[in-house]
Design a protein around this ligand. Structure first.
Ligand code: F0G
Length: 375
């Protein structure tokens, strides 16, 4: 599909194959803008087997997708006591079924495809852990050098796994935003392809929402709970759902609920005060989502406001507790940053059961800290 890049801040337009990662004029975040009239979906698109590759016509790539079999993760009804009596249907979209056990692989497949298309052999990214691990794994597969700037509050175990996957880790004595600044500086100095929470990753992560809709047989759930760090996933899902509405696959949008830890909730604070997003120092146990100033914060706020959803925080104690519920009662392994949305839903449900009567709710389990022998 034909596309160009548009700056979300100053509306400056860049040509289709530009490899820039931010607006050259104002530093704003870019958006992939498609000419939907050139979209060619196969006739049997709706019936084709679900996988990341299925959605290539809705990605900004020219040909073959760099893939390790990401996507096609399960969406299962969760059996939790009390929910059925209320008519509430809760579904878990378990993203730990991806090759490196987080939704990040969806974004990495598109980013690595673009890096290959542009002829890069050197990529760089800032990460709290999962994105770095995913990119190191995809880079190795494609014979690329991969450098990851890890924030101080990033996950130590994942740092070791990134190294074992062939990535070069640079520890940053600062938070995720400091790591991002250094990664961007590295990209410019070394001519490396800047991966991470930018426009191409956002495109790849749209497929979480496409899959949910397809797995519910084109019925739109009432709510989707999504944990937020940089807000790329929630912004991607909002875009994907609008695309499916434009294609007339669905008629309405679900309410999107952004969940953050109380110890790091810049999006929630902006939502509550109806004000601007302000940087805060992250301190949460949910290290994956310890981002003090989300790159896609404005897009994330738009997603919750336009869908009449919400942005809510949960404390670390609740995140830990509901992570254990996921593991012990439902057999689903998660990490704190991967379970915040579930904790947020369960707390909402406990306070206001009536609001969820006969409602369909999807919660995304975005990642886990599982250790395997071959890691
Ligand atoms: N869940 C997990 C497991 C994550 O690793 C992240 C982000 C998120 C949710 C939030 O997604 O940033 O798009 O709002 N992890 C990044 C990383 C920051 O470096 O792996 P988001």
């Amino acid at each position: 599909m034909d596309y160009c890049l548009i700056c979300t801040k100053c509306a400056c337009v860049y040509e289709r194959d530009s490899s820039i990662f931010r607006c050259g004029k104002c530093g704003g975040i870019l958006e992939v803008s498609y000419d939907y009239s050139t979209l060619k979906l196969p006739k049997r698109f709706a019936n084709a087997k679900i996988s990341q590759k299925k959605y290539v016509p809705l990605f900004p790539v020219s040909g073959k997708l760099a893939s390790l079999g990401e996507g096609g993760t399960s969406l299962d009804k969760a059996q939790i006591k009390g929910l059925d009596d209320n008519g509430t249907k809760l579904y878990l979209k378990v993203e730990t079924g991806n090759p490196t056990r987080s939704f990040k692989d969806r974004g990495s497949s598109v980013e690595i495809t673009k890096a290959l298309e542009f002829g890069y052999t050197d990529i760089v990214c800032a990460s709290t852990g999962n994105m770095g691990l995913s990119l190191a794994t995809y880079s190795k597969e494609n014979n690329m050098k991969c450098t990851i700037f890890m924030s101080r509050n990033g996950n130590r175990e994942k740092m070791e796994r990134i190294k074992r996957a062939g990535g070069i880790v640079i520890k940053v004595d600062g938070d995720f935003n400091a790591a991002t600044t250094l990664a961007e500086r590295y990209a410019k100095a070394k001519g490396a392809f800047a991966c991470g929470d930018y426009h191409y990753r956002k495109e790849g992560q749209k497929s979480v929402a496409y899959e949910i809709v397809e797995q519910l047989h084109y019925n739109v759930p009432d709510y989707i709970f999504i944990q937020v760090g940089n807000a790329t996933l929630i912004a991607a899902m909002y875009k994907a759902l609008r695309e499916f509405r434009r294609l007339k696959f669905i008629r309405k949008l679900p309410k999107l609920v952004a969940a953050q830890s109380k110890e790091c909730d810049p999006l929630v604070r902006a939502f509550d005060s109806n004000g601007k997003i302000r940087h805060i120092a992250p301190r949460t146990i949910a290290d994956a989502i310890a981002v003090g100033y989300p790159t896609f914060g404005n897009e994330g706020l738009e997603a919750v406001k336009k869908t009449r959803g919400a942005a809510q925080s949960v404390d670390d104690k609740a995140i830990k507790h509901y992570g254990a519920v996921l593991e012990n009662e439902l057999g689903v392994l998660s990490e704190p940053g991967g379970a915040a949305g579930f904790a947020c839903f369960m707390e909402n449900y406990a306070c206001n059961k009536k609001a969820f009567e006969d409602k369909e709710v999807v919660v995304i389990i975005t990642g886990n800290n599982e250790h395997r022998k071959d890691d």
